[in-house]
Design a protein around this ligand. Structure first.
Ligand SMILES: *Cc1c(COP(=O)(O)O)cnc(C)c1O
Length: 424
């Protein structure tokens, strides 16, 4: 069952679970309990010493104490989550934001500098700018398309270099699918690390799920997920995860214990169920996305399609990053409709199957308007810089029959009137 020659999709069916500890149940039960009985006072003492990292227990396995610290569902889920990314360990959280917040606050202290890529998820942007800065952490942004030299100059010019502690990256960027080179970020981190200060690279891999991009293999130290998206995959849970080496995850888990941002047993159980079909779901969604992108690219009312399959074709630098870093074109795409907010809203209001909702990575397809919804908090000049216009619509493609998706998009586009601008 712990045979490492098996692929992750095989391991999702049993890895980390011992039926003999649960009356022979084929599936791991939900351990809906807050606390665990010790066999003796001596055992309780030993478990607590291990939980608090006291010496004398090297190589011993810690037992169950209390569900904020450990719980079988959370632990087995973590054992499985680490496999997709080839990490040594994982930590599961109550949400993507709690995974991000707990991780950043584990490693950043007052006076440290965080370098982050633009655009990032709206909640992350708010957290970085309104909460980290409140604790005296300085934040500085860069964006896809900036060269290593340009980013390094930005750090040196502002005397950020000696205080740089973490590089935080989201790639592909949401909603434009612009790519950031993780190896470049890792090289920058190496240059600015000192003997007493290793600069960590953290990558939010939510957009590609654990299947299509493996940041640890490109030099990242930490991979973060909103497990609400592809990992959960059915638009019915909120959860998060971090994957890294044992040392880093150990530190993150210590903070998690005292912030109380861990996942609960029932949600862990739901995610174990989701992980069994992760690969099937993601591959079905990616196959659909390819059909939808091809349809949109030929439509006269569509000006531009932002899809990895095209990003990679049209721009040589992005193509190089794509070839190295990605295993699929993914199932997230955006497009500019001919027109502006009014035309985009007409399209969204006329969809009959595809739901008008934020979030992504679920079995059902969703559509939204980034400029006024997920990315509303981004200042207008930055929106323009990153091409997040009023005419942009974002689609998360699900596992339906692709012909039904195209039918829905076609009939909604028919309702959109294009105003023909005559030269005056
Ligand atoms: C949704 C999302 C998050 C936040 O996750 P929650 O589970 O909603 O807390 C973070 N990053 C990205 C890229 C996301 O899409």
């Amino acid at each position: 069952m712990t045979n490492s020659r098996f692929a992750p999709e095989t391991q999702m069916l049993g890895y980390g679970y011992k039926p003999e500890l649960s009356e022979g149940a084929v599936k791991c039960p939900i351990f809906q309990t807050s606390t665990f009985v010790f066999n003796s006072a001596e055992e309780g003492k030993a478990f607590f010493e291990m939980a608090y990292g006291k010496p004398g227990h090297e190589g011993e396995e810690m037992g169950l104490i209390y569900s904020r610290i450990n719980n079988p569902d959370m632990e087995i889920l973590e054992e499985r989550l680490k496999l997709w990314d080839g990490g040594e360990a994982a930590a599961a959280f109550s949400s993507g934001m709690s995974a991000i917040a707990t991780t950043l606050l584990t490693f950043l202290s007052p006076g440290d500098v965080l370098l982050y890529s633009n655009p990032v998820y709206g909640g992350t942007h708010k957290f970085i700018h309104h909460i980290l800065t409140h604790f005296g952490i300085e934040v500085v942004g860069f964006h896809a398309g900036q060269t290593q030299k340009e980013v390094e100059e930005l750090l040196v010019k502002n005397e950020y270099g000696r205080r740089l502690k973490m590089i935080y990256v989201e790639t592909p960027a949401n909603p434009t699918n612009d790519l950031i080179d993780i190896e470049m970020c890792s090289a920058i981190a190496g240059k600015f690390s000192g003997d007493d200060r290793k600069v960590l690279v953290a990558v939010d891999n939510t957009y590609m799920g654990p299947l299509w991009q493996h940041p640890l293999k490109h030099g990242a130290d930490i991979v973060l997920y909103s497990a609400t998206k592809y990992i959960g995959g059915h638009s019915d849970v909120i959860a998060g995860a971090a994957v890294a080496n044992k040392e880093i995850i150990g530190k993150i888990k210590k903070t998690r214990t005292f912030f109380g941002t861990m996942i609960d047993p029932h949600t862990s159980w739901l995610l174990m169920r989701s992980l069994e079909t992760l690969k099937l779901r993601m591959e079905a969604a990616a196959a659909n996305a390819e059909k939808v992108a091809a349809y949109l690219a030929k439509h006269p009312k569509v000006e531009k399609v932002y899809y990895l399959g095209y990003t990679a074709k049209n721009n040589p630098e992005q193509r190089e990053v794509f070839k190295r870093q990605y295993l699929s074109n993914g199932a997230m795409l955006s497009f500019d409709i001919a027109g502006g907010e009014q035309e985009a809203f007409t399209f969204l209001n006329n969809l009959k199957h595809i739901k008008l909702a934020v979030s992504l990575g679920g079995t059902e397809s969703l559509a939204e308007h980034p400029a006024t919804m997920t990315h509303v908090d981004i200042p207008d000049d930055e929106k323009e810089l990153y091409h997040i216009g009023q005419k942009m619509i974002r689609l998360s493609i699900g596992v339906e029959n692709y012909k039904d998706l195209i039918w829905d998009i076609e009939q909604a586009l028919e309702k959109v009137e294009i105003k023909i601008m005559l030269p005056v």
